[in-house]
Design a protein around this ligand. Structure first.
Ligand code: AMP
Ligand code: GLY
Length: 429
């Protein structure tokens, strides 16, 4: 089968790497891709926003499946346009992508189907949103309704911060994403990322991970897209997975089907594991980045078979197997990130760093210039390692990081700290 992968980040490099390993694959194309993805796929310079051009390409190359990596094209309806043209696609429809595209949509679904989540109010004007804050007090969380490139959420420790966040939303800081806001209860506990492959009816658990959102060691500083991740997440025990399926994912699948917007694709369930159990923080309708990179390291089965079964509504017959090892990825970012990153600096030593067994480097924001690899984004490389313990995976990943010669890059030095601490505590017993 010929496959077209849409996207250009570390997530897509990991997907390309697993798709390329499938015996079912004939040719893999990626649009627009990156220099790492070029090792696995033929890059095509398609404009992802030009759905007609993508459809033409799929017809010309007899594409059997389109795999959409990022949320933007899904929320823009690329999945619908491809399906209308008779092309098979892994990824939800535009209306089902509202699970990520509109926070208010998801909160209303939770209210309707009794799905545990933070108590909330949804407002289209600042005065009422502020009144809700005054009535509930801080800490409290303010969220722009729409997609705001990961910047639309303010966890406000004071009422003044919450008021400022509300004003920002209605001032147009987030464009149309801020035309409506959700104000919600502040949840405490440990966060986890849980994934389910979905085919409209069936949801198949597809791994757990933990991400490190803040830029600095010890979870300090501003939020980023994710500075590193590991899988599995120890907090997601079998019991917690079963509760999450029963209390959160299954009612969501049922509700989406009842509303006429069945969900197919990958459902990324952002959870807070509270004292009373799992609560939904948010849904995303795509793989996490960098969570996908650690999931793909551990996946034993053929990714292409699974994604096609999801697109065909055949997941009821499938199961998934994972390696027992822990996979851990360290994000190397360009100086300036998460603000404006410095671009164009040269990265050396990648081949050397990739030499060790169980180490894989995914390209996230690189470009090739005259045969050299240069930084071309905020998050640039995902140095990924797998080992029998989190501690060992961490050592291996950082040993590989040390072999990369890129003075203008930086990374967190404590990726996986929670899992490593848990292991050390366990050994001490
Ligand atoms: P989101 O963009 O919805 O993932 O939110 C970004 C981050 O804000 C999450 O990963 C959480 O760390 C935090 N957050 C979001 N909602 C809440 C909440 N209700 N209570 C506490 N923290 C939250
Ligand atoms: N790493 C978090 C995300 O992909 O949203």
């Amino acid at each position: 089968m010929n496959v077209l992968l849409i996207g250009s980040g570390g997530r897509e490099h990991a997907l390309a790497w697993k798709l390329a390993a499938s015996p079912m694959l004939t040719r893999l194309y990626a649009a627009p891709g990156n220099p790492g993805i070029a090792d696995e796929a033929e890059l095509v310079a398609l404009d992802v926003a030009d759905h007609a051009a993508i459809i033409d390409f799929c017809r010309e190359k007899s594409i059997g499946l389109v795999v959409v990596g990022p949320e933007g094209p899904l929320v823009a309806g690329l999945g619908d346009d491809l399906r209308l043209a008779g092309i098979k696609v892994f990824g939800p429809s535009k209306s089902a992508a509202q699970l990520e595209g509109s926070k208010g949509f998801t909160k209303d679904l939770c209210a309707r189907y009794d799905i545990p989540t933070a108590a909330y109010g949804r407002f289209d004007n600042a005065a009422e949103a502020k009144a809700y804050v005054s009535a509930h007090g801080a800490p409290i969380v303010v969220k722009a309704d729409g997609l705001a490139a990961g910047k639309g959420v303010t966890v406000a420790m004071t009422e003044a911060e919450a008021f400022a966040a509300i004003e920002d939303c209605f001032d147009g800081s987030f464009g149309s994403a801020g035309a409506s806001v959700v104000v919600e209860e502040y949840l405490t506990g440990e966060e986890a990322s849980f994934f389910c492959l979905c085919d409209g009816r069936t949801a198949l658990p597809f791994g757990t991970a933990q991400d490190h959102k803040q830029v600095g060691d010890g979870d300090t500083g501003p939020n980023t897209g994710g500075m590193g991740a590991y899988s599995p997440a120890p907090v997601m025990t079998q019991e917690m997975i079963e509760r999450t399926m029963g209390e959160i994912v299954e009612p969501t699948m049922r509700g989406m089907a009842e509303m006429g917007t069945p969900f197919s694709g990958i459902l990324f369930v952002g959870l807070m594991i509270t004292a009373t159990g799992p609560k939904l923080i948010e849904y995303n309708v795509r793989f996490g980045d960098p969570e996908c990179q650690v999931l793909m390291m551990r996946l034993k089965d053929d990714l292409l078979v699974l994604l096609e079964a999801a697109a065909d509504g055949q997941l009821g017959h499938m199961s998934v197997r994972w390696r027992d090892e822990v996979a851990l990825t360290v994000v190397l970012a360009a100086q300036g990130y998460p603000g404006t990153p410095v671009k164009g600096t040269e990265i050396r030593g990648l081949d050397r760093a990739q030499g060790a067994a169980g180490v894989k480097i995914f390209h996230a924001g690189t470009a090739e210039r005259d045969g050299r690899i240069v930084a071309n984004g905020g998050r640039v490389l995902n140095v990924t390692a797998m080992a029998s313990t989190a501690g060992e995976a961490q050592r291996k990943a950082y040993a590989a990081v040390d072999l990369i010669d890129w003075p203008e890059g930086f990374c967190r030095l404590d990726i996986g700290w929670r899992a490593v601490e848990r292991e050390n505590a366990g050994q001490g017993q």
